[in-house]
Design a protein around this ligand. Structure first.
Ligand code: BES
Ligand code: MN
Ligand code: MN
Length: 452
């Protein structure tokens, strides 16, 4: 009955999601402030239509948080669903095959910014909820907290959580904002990496110079920055910041074995990315390098002349944005400090450097023996015909560690995307099958969870 309701409402579910995807809720871009709010209002209305007791926009110093709940019986368990309705900027626009905010279905995939990360995945929860309400099959209390600042570091969410502890009281957090191994291999994420995001500025001469008149005699800040960045990894692919690895929790051989049990085809991986070879920290597999090992990557680098044609210039300044992915028990604030000290210590006399921190977040691991995890596992088995494989994801959702710290709650990461969905990239997409099976799996989760 439930299954039939979901499949017979497929077109409507997707057309509603399309309406939402058309609103460019780019949190990073202040020109889209109004659109971000519109996307929040849209969601609030859909919650109301689906049958919540109450839904509201909670104002923050930044973009609003959408909160909704349905309490059927205070003595029953409560699930708190978290997600985000903001999306990454769509740039570079010219690399999209169809406009990012005009969703289309091609090869049974929805193409649009936010289709997978995270509007498409949040919307599965709205429709799963609607389905349960329609069939009088909601077996526990449910709270929704959907924020609009995840892609810019969730600056105001911590305050909201701290100020609304009793309202957010729940037994478990449920999040769909991660990926499956593949459609053939359902999986549940059991760990996420943390993050320290830095920006550096190297300054040489007090103004841009003619690169012929001065070149060879005055240090070029871009050349210097490149050398400094190159020195941040050693020949074994390790991060060469003193103390960087000191706190990392050791993994047993069994834990490493379990991680490497997940199906992974290296040739397929390289082919899909168009690369001839992989690199990384010596002594670790690709799954370990992205799941349980910390990294350092330049996310952007600029300076000098980057416009059309050629301009001969020896620039005054060079800049880079550098992120580090962290694993348990590294602490974002401490790694930020280690980076800052180290970067300042390697600066040559002929330039100066400024280092500042952007947002960060702590790594998280989620328990696999909790009733909620077991319920998620059973739900996958029921809908996908296979027991889900536990995996460690390389991305970050800092709120998971925050929920544990502030509310004492564990999270189940029941995500339905695929690594190949191109989130944060041009042509982001989300499988219609993932969307539809996801709704079914969420409904099944509640049924199994309530039985406990
Ligand atoms: N949904 C992603 C995180 C993610 C993606 C986890 C794939 C696991 C698999 C989330 O929206 C995201 O992009 N997070 C940011 C961090 C945030 C602090 C900006 C990230 O991981 O870069
Ligand atoms: Mn996300
Ligand atoms: Mn994201």
């Amino acid at each position: 009955m439930v299954k039939e309701y979901i499949s017979s409402n497929k077109d409507r579910f997707i057309s509603e999601l399309f309406d939402w995807l058309r609103i460019p809720s780019v949190s990073a871009d202040s020109r889209h402030k109004g659109d971000v709010r519109k996307a929040a209002e849209f969601l609030k209305e859909k919650f109301t239509a689906a049958g919540v007791d109450q839904a509201e926009l909670c104002e923050t110093k930044g973009h609003p948080i959408v909160y909704a709940e349905k309490i059927i019986n205070p003595s029953l368990p409560t699930v708190l669903v978290y997600g985000h309705y903001d999306v990454q900027p769509p740039d570079p626009l010219e690399l999209w095959d169809s406009p990012p905010f005009e969703p289309v279905i091609k090869s049974d995939k929805i193409f649009a910014r936010g289709s997978c990360d995270d509007k498409g995945q949040v919307y599965m929860h709205v429709k799963a909820f609607e389905t349960m309400v329609k069939h009088n099959a909601l077996p526990c209390n449910i709270k929704f907290m959907v924020e609009g600042e995840e892609e810019v570091g969730s600056d105001n969410l911590g305050t909201f959580v701290k100020e609304n502890k009793s309202r957010l009281k729940a037994d478990i957090i449920l999040i769909s904002d991660t990926a499956l191994i593949s459609l053939d291999h359902p999986s549940i994420t059991t760990g996420l990496r943390g993050l320290s995001y830095m920006e550096v500025e190297v300054t040489g001469p007090n103004r841009d110079l003619h690169s012929g008149v001065y070149g060879g005699a005055v240090a070029n800040p871009i050349n210097v920055l490149c050398k400094m960045i190159a020195s941040l990894h050693d020949e074994n692919g390790k991060v060469a910041i003193p103390g960087f690895y000191d706190k990392i929790a050791a993994l047993s051989d069994d834990e490493r074995k379990a991680i490497n049990k997940a199906p992974f085809d290296l040739e397929e991986y390289k082919k899909e990315l168009g690369i001839a070879e992989i690199v990384g920290e010596k002594g670790y597999t690709t799954l370990e390098r992205t799941g349980i090992r910390p990294t350092l990557d330049v996310n952007g680098i600029w300076g000098g002349y980057t416009g059309e044609g050629a301009k001969t210039v020896l620039p005054s300044k060079a800049h880079a944005k550098i992120s580090m992915r962290l694993v348990p028990n590294q602490v974002s604030g401490e790694i930020t400090e280690l980076f800052t000290k180290h970067f300042q210590s390697i600066v040559p006399k002929y330039v100066t450097v400024k280092v500042r921190a952007h947002h960060g977040g702590e790594p998280a691991v989620t328990p696999t023996n909790s009733p909620a995890f077991q319920a998620a596992s059973k739900a996958f088995e029921e809908v996908w015909g296979k027991r889900p494989i536990p995996t460690r994801d390389g991305g970050s959702i800092p709120i998971v560690a925050l929920f544990k710290k502030e509310l004492g709650l564990d999270t189940v990461l029941m995500g339905f995307g695929l690594d190949s969905d191109a989130i944060h990239s041009p042509n982001e997409h989300y499988g219609v099958k993932n969307f539809m099976l996801g709704i079914e799996t969420i409904v099944a989760f509640y049924r199994h969870y309530a039985k406990k």
